[in-house]
Design a protein around this ligand. Structure first.
Ligand code: GLP
Length: 240
């Protein structure tokens, strides 16, 4: 596990963009696993800048997102489909057919899980971007999820719903369920890039860097992966 400490969110976003940008330069047909949340927004902004400067292109890139809320139409501004278009896809030359997110539409969500999981089995993701929940969740794999879990429907914990409340008008509006890649799917990426910023992540950083591996703290599974880079800013590091 390669840990890079940086001073703030801006440096974290630049450092992350160097890694992803380098990959896109050396392998223009890369398959990227992407994440939502506040952590990767700066990375996406830097990638958009690099695209506008003709340093990188998304023309041959395929993307696979970690997760999507259940019960929100795609068009809702807080759906992860909308988030990704607003923060990245609408500003680069990616083709809509190369964009993949799990679908929470329709009545048969189990079938949607199987469909996305089949896609992931063929995806060969070169680099997976990850944030971390304050309770250690990755994607929406909440504490207690088996490391062998593949794409599934998860009931979100109250902690996660409270953490994500800031994007909605009230807690009642925060979806209770989500469809997410499982931990096993995430671990199949060739490389993992985790971004951790802000004081609210201090205890998660402490637990992650302690090296203990437990299903009670999903991100700890990353210790079993051979190519992980974690970028952490000073605020998230705290007094560690
Ligand atoms: C959500 C997402 C995760 C993300 C987490 C942390 O729950 N499903 O993929 O890592 O939030 O978000 P943030 O980066 O906003 O702290």
């Amino acid at each position: 596990m390669n840990v890079i400490r940086v001073k703030d969110y801006e440096s974290l976003s630049l450092e992350a963009a160097k890694i992803v940008g380098e990959l896109l330069k050396t392998k223009p047909k890369s398959h990227l696993g992407l994440a939502t949340g506040s952590s990767p927004i700066g990375l996406y902004q830097n990638l958009i800048k690099m695209f506008k400067n003709n340093e990188i292109s998304f023309k041959h890139v395929k993307t696979y997102n970690l997760d999507e809320y259940c019960g929100l139409p795609k068009e809702h501004k807080e759906s992860y489909y909308s988030f990704m278009h607003r923060n990245l896809f609408d500003h680069v030359d990616i083709s809509e057919k190369n964009i993949h997110l799990p679908s929470s539409e329709g009545k048969n969500l189990e079938k949607n899980c199987k469909t996305y999981n089949r896609l992931l089995h063929k995806a060969n993701i070169d680099l997976q971007v990850l944030g971390i929940g304050s309770n250690g969740h990755i994607g929406f794999n909440e504490p207690g999820t088996s490391f062998e879990q593949e794409t599934f429907i998860v009931k979100l914990t109250e902690k996660t719903r409270q953490d994500n409340k800031r994007f909605f008008n009230s807690i009642e509006e925060v979806p209770a369920y989500s469809i997410t890649m499982g931990i096993k799917n995430i671990m199949q990426a060739k490389q993992i890039l985790m971004l951790i910023s802000g004081a609210s992540k201090q205890s998660a950083v402490k637990q992650l860097l302690s090296g203990n591996i437990s299903e009670d703290f999903p991100a700890s599974v990353l210790h079993k992966h051979e190519n992980v880079t974690i970028i952490i800013d000073d605020a998230a590091y705290g007094d560690l």
